[in-house]
Design a protein around this ligand. Sequence first.
Ligand code: ADP
Ligand code: MG
Length: 694
Amino acid sequence: MIDLNQSIQYIKGVGPQRATLLQKLNIYTLEDLITYFPREYEDRSNPKKIMQLIDGEEALIEAVVISKVTEIKVRKNMIIEKLIARDETGSCIISWFNQKYLKGKFEVGEKYNFFGKVSVKYGKVEILNPVFDKEETSQNTGKIIPIYPSTYSLPQGTIRRAIENGLSIVEGKLEETLPTYLLEEYHLLDLNTAIKQIHFPDDFKEYKRARTRLVFEELLGMQLALLNLKQENTQNEGIEFSKKVKMSELINKLPFNLTKAQLRVLEEIDNDMESPHSMNRLLQGDVGSGKTIVAMIAAYKAVKSGYQVAIMAPTAILASQHLESFESILNQFGIRCELLISSITKKKKIELLGRLQNGEIDILIGTHAMLEENVIFKNLGLVVTDEQHRFGVKQRATISNKGQNPDIIAMSATPIPRTLALILYGDLDISIIDELPPNRKKIETFAVTKEMTERVNTFVKKQIDEGRQAYIVCPLVEENEELGLKSVIELEEKYKNETFSNYKVAYLHGKMKAKEKDEIMEQFKNGEIQILISTTVIEVGVNVPNASIMVVENAERFGLAQLHQLRGRVGRGEYQSYCILKFEGNGKTTKERMKVMCQTNDGFIISEKDLELRGSGDFFGTEQHGIPEFKIANLFEDMGTLKKVQKIAMEIMADDPLLEKEKNIKLSGEAIQIPRSKQDTGGKFSLFSIFHKK
Ligand code: ADP
Ligand code: MG
């Protein structure tokens, strides 16, 4: 048996110094090394003739060296080494910068392979900085060469050699990780071949087969792990809330009718609450779709069944807003709500914690402050987290552990396509509110270029003169000259002193203290500020119904899902609202993205488009989504495989829920912790479930 956990340090060609460098890439063990996959490949397998070379391409030639290396000193510290080589179609110059050691490297009259960038100027062919080999010993050329994600201090050649040596240790000896029946049914390459071919493919067809197998395995492992977790969760003995408490008691008292989607979701929640195992449900719905009222109705049921409820929001403003809406409806039922945020006085806090522990508070609404150890419930039965992606797995566990298997509702306003929801939240049940309350005014969205700035400003002024308020959003805090991004502060100065000098302007950004931010938001809410310039910090659930216009600077810098979230800050009151996207650049994708924003207000359509136009790297790169890092799969490219694998995973679990059948033994690896948000560091998803079997 080979020890996949052995340190890379002792692998041939590594040693302590290189080991340190490799560790910077998160490569510690032999397993890490052989599962460190290439970022791309260079085809150095098809030699071209000198006459065929095209300016700008990277190409491989086989040519005889016909001159010695000559050195030309261009200036201090800059020497160019040149030689001339030829094949039967012509000759070319081969040149390098500052590679003194090359002087004695070539023998005139011998044949070499060169691979590098081609320059053709006035019929003169040159190959710049090529890698090269003597014909017989091709190390760097003559094949498909993997290019690894790397750092400056770690050359490709070093990584490549380390991996080559790592592979020679495991060659043919890796234990297969997928059951034979899956390999056969889906025509998948065996693990040993796949690992070898993914690094050093014989040709691109083999590479494809290798990749297909590894992606299949990674996604299947992940999906099975999630389903496993889900199963464990539902097996937990939970609370049975009273069947006698009817949600309709509250629903009938509401000033509006619930939408069909809200009613459907409530039925799902009601069933879960009355069942004996614990609920673990993700409630997804676009901004303004009415998630809060759904949470409130569930809370009502919990309280009337004799339990306490915790509602956790990521910011003090949001928590206060929730308190307001909860009290306005629940007070008439004698339900006692309280707010716990870090800014309340010590005296008030002590008093509040005492009542919480005695059961004199029914619903506690708050921020992270609720996670503290001294926050003790008498009998916590339901936990609701709002904007759940802002909390880490640990934080959610902490709040849940304040009760005995309480039911859980995690709310999210970031719509994601269902297939992806299954990856992100496969361990949860998912409820979707896919309908907005009636009579919502569509937010009119316009995409404009720089030339329109004057007109936009005039429009903003007109809105404010009518009594409304405006948001102006820009992408970054610091000036970044290179990209020409506008800084909030600079913009504020300009807007405050010039453009909108007759109006009350303030700014808000992520680097401010939470207290400062809250104060400014409060002033904006109260109408004391007319124009709020900010970064994306206003993204989360803030409700200022009087704000009717949003201008987004450099809108091309935002993801669509993020723009959609931002836009949701307006259109929350009775006024017709507007979103103006100022964009720069002429790219086709930019234009298409702007067009999508102008055409639809449907978050699900937008998120599908976002994924399509940006690819999953960027889509999930924002902190709106906590997606596990994949070693090889790419959720956009591999959507087909993902769908297939989700189906397979469900079939396997339906047939063998505990993965104890002989044929599935290989799949029953240890459950893996899946990081869900930026707060969840570590716990990286491992590619090979079997390597982690206890
Ligand atoms: P979300 O949290 O999903 O963004 P909210 O719960 O804050 O949305 O709801 C937005 C607004 O719509 C609130 O003022 C709420 O009272 C109202 N609302 C919710 N459901 C309905 C409905 N069915 N009909 C009319 N208004 C509703
Ligand atoms: Mg909300």
